[in-house]
Design a protein around this ligand. Structure first.
Ligand code: ADP
Length: 401
């Protein structure tokens, strides 16, 4: 089945057009700077020349019109007729407590998504816009929502409740939800395949390290805890997000610096994390370069980043009561030799030992643990778009049968 996968942000749409048969990406690209006069569409078709178009694209509806047009283009396209798009799969960030798996998007689903806007005010509105835009251009094509939160929906109450008055959970659904679920689920399944062991017998810790970063503890195929919480701000140190923090700091800094809620939100989400601590960069490659040049604060940010991951691993081994495999994924997890090395250092006591040589240049899915390591340490490239395409195919096929 040929599925158009859409990941809609407030000013960008990333897309992949995937043939689930053979798991082939026929084209991928992005529209960036939506709403601005110099929006950019980049499109890379399989076996054809990539193109870049700059022009005014005022909203998501127009952006998707361009995406469909470029997929149909005689020189750069990969289809001859719009109807070849058999389904559209949307990445939706927050499913709240309502969605425990991927769903066919219906009017009822749309109204629940709208109800969940308060839980993800930055992410869900552009996701909804994207769904509406895709529906406008492809009214008869089934659309499926795949939620970042769904994989974590089976966490037990002791993992998802916060230690605040229970009324706040009842009234406002304040609890931990977790994110990056599509990625954690994908790499955990791949890990079981690699180890040739049943997924529902394994204890796995998945470590997704990109601009956003989270760790998940997966027991027999169920995410029993994860580091992101009510929003994607909790947990690990990230590119620009603070991760775990004493909540009193918020009111203290607001008072001292005269910040309002909006300013404080921006401080924690956009000006903290690697950039906040280092003052150099939110990008791990740049940060590592600064560390090599001897920049002290960059080194502190780098150490803090790795130390937090290490602490979560320790905590999750305790929560899982053991560990079979640990997976590094995401831009940093897949590519940073130094981060993997730092995170796995001095973990022999817990049965985790890296093979430093294998860690240097892993290719594709790789076991980078030492022969004698009890826990297999794996590097597995994530592919969230493929998961969305496969889920979409499954749901649409079930509806049709
Ligand atoms: P996103 O969360 O936006 O999808 P990615 O998963 O692409 O982000 O991860 C981006 C991060 O990966 C950046 O911090 C980038 O510097 C880092 N990264 C990519 N390649 C390398 C590398 N070779 N070494 C270290 N970090 C890398």
């Amino acid at each position: 089945m040929k599925v158009l996968v859409l990941n809609c942000g407030s000013s960008s749409i990333k897309y992949q057009f995937i043939d689930t048969e053979g798991e082939v990406t026929l084209a991928k690209g992005a529209v960036e700077r939506i709403g601005m006069s110099s929006a950019i569409l980049t499109h890379a078709p399989k076996d054809k020349e990539p193109i870049k178009i700059v022009g005014e694209i005022l909203d998501h509806t127009l952006a998707i019109e361009y995406v469909i047009a470029v997929l149909l283009s005689p020189n750069h396209g990969v289809i001859k007729d719009k109807n070849e798009i058999a389904a559209v799969g949307h990445r939706v960030v927050h499913g709240g407590e309502d969605f425990t798996g991927s769903v066919l998007i219906t009017d009822r689903v749309m109204s629940v998504l709208k109800e969940n806007i308060e839980l993800a005010p930055l992410h869900n509105p552009p996701n909804i816009k994207g769904i509406k835009a895709a529906k406008a251009h492809l009214p008869h094509t089934p659309q499926v929502g795949v939620f970042d939160t769904a994989f974590h929906s089976k966490m037990p109450p002791h993992a998802y409740l916060y230690g605040i008055p229970y009324e706040l959970y009842r009234k406002y659904k304040i609890r931990r939800y977790g994110f990056h679920g599509t990625s954690h689920r994908f790499v955990a399944l791949k890990a079981a395949n690699m180890l040739e062991r049943p997924y529902d017998e394994l204890k796995i810790i998945t470590i997704h390290l990109g601009n956003g970063a989270s760790v998940a503890a997966i027991d027999k195929g169920v995410s029993i805890d994860t580091s992101m919480g009510f929003t994607p701000l909790e947990g690990l140190l990230m590119g620009t997000r603070c991760g775990d923090l004493d909540p009193s700091i918020i009111t203290y800094v607001m008072g001292k610096e005269g910040l309002d809620v909006r300013d404080m939100n921006a401080l924690l989400n956009k000006h903290s994390g690697l950039i906040g601590v280092s003052g150099e960069s939110s990008d791990m490659r740049e940060l590592e370069a600064a560390v090599k040049e001897g920049d002290r604060r960059s080194k502190q940010a780098f150490d803090l980043f790795n130390y937090r991951i290490k602490k979560y691993i320790g905590a999750y081994i305790a929560a899982l009561g053991g560990l079979d495999a640990m997976v590094f994924t995401g831009g940093i997890g897949e590519n940073s030799v130094e981060v993997r090395k730092a995170v796995c250092s001095n973990m022999e006591y817990l049965g985790i030992e890296l093979d430093l040589e294998k860690n240097e240049k892993p290719v594709g899915m790789a076991d980078i643990s030492a022969e004698k390591s009890k826990v297999r340490v794996l590097r597995i490239p994530t592919d969230e778009e493929l998961v969305i395409a496969m889920d979409t195919e499954k749901i649409v096929s079930e509806q049709l049968s």
